[in-house]
Design a protein around this ligand. Structure first.
Ligand code: PMP
Length: 352
């Protein structure tokens, strides 16, 4: 850190992304990436667009906004495209949180929320989850701030039903409620149909997980036109070309290949349930994850030990040191071959 960094940023604790090691080949089950390649159509569209990289991208992302809105059943003016959903989440912190309106989120949730609050210099309030890691809906009814809920939650994978979310949204008509649906395609219900009913609702989504495009950095927000206008003001005040040409084109290609997307989601759900069954037989306990990961702890082996031993055997999973979850690991659901290797390595470990 240089002596020139401002005081506010000196204290900032940046988000820690999952490891991306280069020193050896791992089975990577630590960052919730898809085991499947992006759609061939996405690759083809991106390759074609690469020839036009001398030109700036379309700041309005017109074609992508049209294709995405059609696929979501909303109007193009009700979506914003961003550089990963992290960007639209950051915009929401910038737009809707301040001294008089803190960010409100669970104590166990996506770790970036705290960082977004800190980097934007806004206060935040963490609401404890119940002992079973579920949300107490009443904690968010008539909230004193802008609510952020990951649904399914991370790293637990637990999803809230739409009627419970609607209770939260409808009780906060003077506050914004952000529902982060990064993992929604793996078995949870989307709140997007509620955006016409509630002008205080912002739903965020991503192409990183279910559409196998984490490296492209493509996310989106869906909300009433007025909220999209707010977020667009911020986008034009930071980086109007936030979605590059290749990514925008890849996004269109991916959306046109709906069968591939649906098939991959189905496979991940099947692999997740298969993995849960095997892990149960090996003495694990886990939450009812509706995401592309399993959140599991072993009855006898500590979370850190499991993580370290599996790493030594060439399988990377995600361990969090945080209170209450340090016995757990978040294991991304990969291909069935990867999950079989995971199970074999755990069996090997238990026998040692
Ligand atoms: N929300 C949640 C809950 C996540 O786990 C992630 C992925 N780390 C994101 C949002 C952001 O994903 P991306 O920026 O790749 O769209």
């Amino acid at each position: 850190m240089s002596k020139f960094l401002t005081g506010k940023l000196k204290a900032l604790k940046p988000y820690t992304p999952g490891e991306q090691p280069k020193e050896r080949e791992y089975i990577k089950l630590n960052t919730n990436e898809s085991p499947f390649p992006p759609s061939a159509k996405a690759v083809e569209y991106a390759e074609c667009e690469a020839r036009r990289l001398m030109l700036y991208s379309d700041p309005e992302c017109k074609e992508l906004a049209k294709t995405l809105s059609e696929s979501l059943g909303v109007k193009p003016s009700e979506v914003i495209l961003t550089n990963g959903s992290d960007e639209v989440l950051n915009f929401a912190f910038m737009a809707y949180c301040d001294e008089s309106c803190p960010a409100v989120f669970a104590n166990i949730t996506y770790g970036f929320y705290k960082v977004f609050a800190a980097v934007n210099n806004v206060p935040f309030c963490e609401i404890p989850l119940k002992d079973d890691f579920t949300i107490d809906v009443d904690d968010y009814v008539n909230s004193h701030g802008t609510v952020f809920i990951a649904n399914p939650n991370a790293p637990t994978g637990i999803a809230l039903g739409i009627e419970k979310l609607e209770k939260i949204i409808s009780s906060n008509r003077d506050r914004i409620v952000v529902i982060d649906e990064a993992y929604v395609d793996f078995g949870a219900e989307s709140c997007i149909p509620l955006i016409r009913k509630y002008d205080n609702l912002l739903v965020t989504g991503t192409f990183s997980k279910s559409r196998s495009m984490a490296g492209a950095r493509l996310g989106f927000g869906v909300a009433s036109e007025k909220l999209i206008e707010d977020l667009t003001r911020i986008r034009y005040s930071t980086n109007p070309y936030n979605v590059n040409r290749m990514t925008a084109a890849a996004g269109v290609g991916a959306l046109l290949d709906d069968a591939y997307f649906k098939d991959n989601c189905k496979k991940i759900i099947e692999n997740r349930e298969w993995t849960k069954g095997k892990l149960k037989g090996l003495g694990f306990e886990f939450t009812d994850s509706k995401a592309n990961f399993v959140f599991a702890k072993h009855k006898k082996i500590g979370g850190k030990e499991l993580y370290e031993k599996l790493k030594a055997k060439g399988v990377l999973i995600r361990h969090f040191e945080a209170d209450k979850i340090s016995d757990y690991n978040r294991i991304t659901v990969g291909s069935i071959e990867e999950m079989k290797t995971l199970v074999d390595k755990i069996k090997e470990m238990l026998g040692e």
